[in-house]
Design a protein around this ligand. Sequence first.
Ligand SMILES: [Fe+2]
Length: 371
Amino acid sequence: MQAFYSPTRIIAGDGAVAGAAGLIQKFGKTALLVTGKASARVSGALDDVIRVLKANGQDYALFDRVGPNPSVETVFAGAAFSIEHKCDFCIGIGGGSPLDAAKAIAAFAAETPKKEDVFLHIPKIALRLVAIPTTAGTGSEVTQYAILTNDQEETKTSIASDALFPALALLDPRYTVGLSVETTVNTAIDALSHAAEGMLSVKAGEITDALAIDALGLISSRFSALRAGEFTEDDRRALLLAACLAGQVIANTGTTAVHALGYSLTYDRHIDHGRANGLVMGAFLRAVEAKSKRSVARILRAMRLKSTEDFCVLLEDLFGKVSLTDGEVSKYARKAAKTKNMKNLIVSLNEEELSGILTASRAGGAYGKVW
Ligand SMILES: [Fe+2]
């Protein structure tokens, strides 16, 4: 038996925002626009949204203070801004950080928790949300997760609630055309990790596997473009679609050890989320393969790769390795072992095995020798 839930209406293709003008008009009177400083503007998405709102006769207030890996303080400031401007719906525009912040702001504007309870509080209501991705990776536009920096635990922690599912996701691949090679590669590998981890989740089933296999196929068909750092419009379309499919996967399966380990690399070492995942994913697949060869074989087949070794070579080409001290290895493994993500994984990996993954991923570590 499998339960699958994906309540977000998706409009995809060139001109998606203009095409959704009629839908946006029904959302409310005053939109809270949540963005970072650059990508919403540079991509042209913010201009498109403002044009539609003006034509619809809707007001808006712009909260453009979301940085990478948004903090609880930023989200509270956004919620207060929304209340002050009497916004009755929210439009998040940007990569994973603005979209995740938009979700938390939409929830906290509707019902503000105590600051110390943020990661314990499960939002029950939120302003209706439109999500417009300008990167192809996080899948946040179709998930119920808002991932925020958790300074108390020194990591990133997700708030999850069905109230956080965007009502509408608008996917226009033209917004991703100007992304740097680095961002394109990092976000594509984040989406790849969502699909692969989704297939290795205890909550996986036929529906999520179908989506994950399709996402892996779409991304792997662009491996040569990712290696070369050159992307056609068709590559952009494929990567944006893959990220959305993989987002629907993790909305139902959750993520596992790659994300659990990657969060520490991001919090402690300021390594971009997608790159952090890419640095550990090769050794992770090897570790899982040692316990469940068939599961990993299905993932490799979907990516049209012959072996985990080929996968490790690809990731090392894209990301290299990471320098980690022995102390960092034990600290990050200890933290990851305690996360709820680890309970999702179809095989069990203990703290020592998680240390092994990090050791194999660091400079001087060899994927082949550890497992
Ligand atoms: Fe991710």
